[in-house]
Design a protein around this ligand. Structure first.
Ligand code: GAP
Length: 430
C-alpha cells in the first residue's frame, strides 16, 4: 500500500467510525483542530491510563501532579520560554504565507503562490498569549503553558515537603499544552493544542548518565507495550538542534506514512530549570541529602511523550487490510471496546435476553459493545475495523449448554467458552 493511501485510509476510518472529527466542522472547520469522538476518547484515555499505571501507580519513586495551565508569567521568563521558545519564520511578500525557515528553501518558489519573494528570517515566539481579567495590558498578559514540565519544577519543593521522597525520584504529569505552531499539519501529528505525558526525574548530578540510559530503555519498553516499537528509530540530537535547556537529547522517531518524524523526546535538563526558578523566585529549591546533609540542586532527566502522536502511531501500526476485511490489531489494553456481545438473531427474545444478561455482566469489568444489526459476519467486520479484540455470540446452543462463541479478532478463531468462565477467559487475554 502507498504511504499516502494508508494515511488517507486512517483519516477516513477515524472520521467514519468516530475516532477523530475535524474541529468545528459545521462551521467549515478550524484549520488543524480536531475533536476526539466516542471511540477516540476511549483510545486516548486508554493510552493515558496505561501510561499513568505504568509510570506512577506501579512504581514507588514517581508521584503525580496536575498543575494549572496558566501560570505566573515569571515562570516562563525564568524557564527561558519568553526569550527562547522561538521558531525561525519567513513570510512570502506576495501572498503572506508563512513558513518555518528550517523547513523550506527560500531559493525555491513559494509553495502557495509560486513567487520567489521571501522576507528575511524573523523569530516567532510560539507561546499563546492571553490576558487575565478584563484589562488587556502588559501587566495582565499571561501565557498558556507550552509544556507541562514547568508545573513540576515550580512544585518541586511542595512535593519534596509533602511526600518526603529521596533522590532519585520523579514527578509525572499528563496535560494539555498549547503552541502557536507556524506549520501545523499531517492530521493530528502537529496541532496547536495537544496533550503531553511527561516525567521530570530528579537525580544526583553525577548520576545523570546512568538515569539517561535507564529512561531510554523505559521508553523502548513503553513502545513495545503499545505495539509501535518496530517502526521506531532513535536519534541523537546535535547541540545545534537541542532545546535551550538540554545538554543531551535523544528523540524517538516513528516511521509515519508521511515520513520519519519525532514521536517522543528524552532530555538531560541539568539543573537549568531549578537553578533559574531558584534565582528568579528567591526561594531555595535545594535538596538536602539525608545521609550527608549536603545541600544541592538535583539534576533532571526528562522523558516526554506526546499523546496524540502516540494515538496516531498506534493506529498506523495497528492498521491491517485483508481481502475481506480491514482490522485494527490494537493491543487489547488500548482497544476502545474490549469485547462485543451479539444475540445470533435479533428477533428471538430468548437469545436477546441471554445476550443482554452477559452484556451487563461484562460491563462491570470491561468496555462492551452491543450489536444486533444485520448478520454476524457484518458485525464482525464492524468490530474488526475499530479493533475490538473479542466478539461473543449467543446462539441457540448457548441456551442448552451454557456456552458462547468467542471470536478472536486477529486469528478469527472461534472457540466455545462456558458463560460461567467467560470473564476469567477474557481477563486472561486482555
Ligand atoms: N518538556 C519537553 C518538551 O515539551 P518537546 O519535544 O517540545 O519537549 C514533547 O515536546 C513531545 O510533545 C514531543 O515529543 C511530541 O510527542 C509532542 N509534541 C510537540 N509538539 C507537538 C505538536 N505541535 N502537536 C502534537 N504533539 C506535539
Amino acid at each position: 500500500m502507498q504511504n499516502s493511501d494508508l494515511m488517507d485510509k486512517i483519516v477516513s476510518l477515524c472520521k467514519r467510525r468516530g475516532f477523530v472529527f475535524p474541529g468545528s466542522e459545521i462551521y467549515g472547520g478550524l484549520a488543524n483542530s480536531f475533536d476526539y469522538g466516542p471511540l477516540g476518547v476511549e483510545l486516548k484515555n486508554n493510552i493515558k491510563n496505561l501510561w499513568w499505571e505504568r509510570f506512577v501507580h506501579r512504581r514507588d519513586d514517581i508521584v503525580g501532579l496536575d498543575a494549572a495551565l496558566i501560570m505566573n508569567t515569571k515562570v516562563w521568563e525564568a524557564s527561558g520560554h519568553v526569550g527562547a521558545f522561538n521558531d525561525p519564520m519567513v513570510e512570502c511578500k506576495n501572498c503572506h504565507e508563512r513558513y518555518r525557515a528550517d523547513q523550506i528553501n527560500t531559493n525555491e518558489p513559494c509553495q502557495k503562490c509560486g513567487k520567489k519573494t521571501f522576507t528575511g528570517v524573523k523569530q516567532f515566539n510560539t507561546m499563546f498569549k492571553t490576558n487575565l481579567g478584563p484589562v488587556e495590558d502588559e501587566k495582565s498578559t499571561v501565557y498558556l503553558r507550552p509544556e507541562t514540565a514547568q508545573g513540576m519544577f515550580v512544585n518541586f519543593k511542595n512535593i519534596l515537603d509533602t511526600t518526603r521522597k529521596t533522590l532519585p525520584f520523579g514527578i509525572a504529569q499528563i496535560g494539555q499544552v498549547f503552541r502557536n505552531e507556524i506549520t501545523p499539519g499531517n492530521f493530528i501529528f502537529r496541532t496547536r493544542e495537544f496533550e503531553q505525558m511527561e516525567i521530570e526525574y530528579f537525580v544526583k548530578p553525577d548520576e545523570w548518565e546512568k538515569w539517561f540510559e535507564y529512561w531510554m530503555e523505559e521508553q523502548k519498553e513503553w513502545l513495545k507495550e503499545v505495539g509501535i516499537f518496530e517502526q521506531a528509530v532513535f536519534v541523537e540530537i546535535s547541540e545545534a538542534d537541542r532545546a535551550h535547556y538540554s545538554k543531551r537529547s535523544v528523540d524517538t522517531e516513528y516511521k509515519f506514512p508521511f515520513g520519519q518524524k519525532e514521536l517522543y523526546g528524552l532530555a538531560y535538563r541539568t539543573d537549568y530549570d531549578l537553578a533559574r526558578h531558584q534565582e528568579m523566585s528567591g526561594q531555595s529549591l535545594e535538596y538536602t541529602d539525608p545521609q550527608t546533609n549536603e545541600k544541592f540542586l538535583p539534576h533532571v532527566v526528562e522523558p516526554t511523550w506526546g499523546v496524540s502522536r502516540t494515538f496516531l502511531a498506534v493506529l498506523c501500526s495497528a492498521y491491517r487490510e485483508e481481502e475481506d476485511r480491514v482490522y485494527l490489531s490494537l493491543p487489547p489494553k488500548l482497544a476502545p471496546y474490549k469485547v462485543a456481545v451479539f444475540p445470533l438473531l435479533k428477533n428471538k427474545p430468548e437469545l436477546v435476553t441471554k445476550a443482554r444478561e452477559i452484556y451487563h455482566d461484562l460491563q462491570k469489568d470491561f468496555t462492551v459493545a452491543w450489536d444486533d444489526r444485520g448478520n454476524v459476519g457484518k458485525r464482525y467486520y464492524s468490530q474488526d475495523e475499530i479493533g475490538t479484540p473479542f466478539c461473543v455470540t449467543v446462539d441457540f446452543d448457548s441456551l442448552e449448554d451454557g456456552s458462547v462463541t468467542v471470536r478472536d479478532r486477529d486469528t478469527k478463531e472461534q472457540p466455545r467458552v462456558k458463560i460461567a468462565e467467560l470473564k476469567e477467559y477474557l481477563l486472561n487475554k486482555i
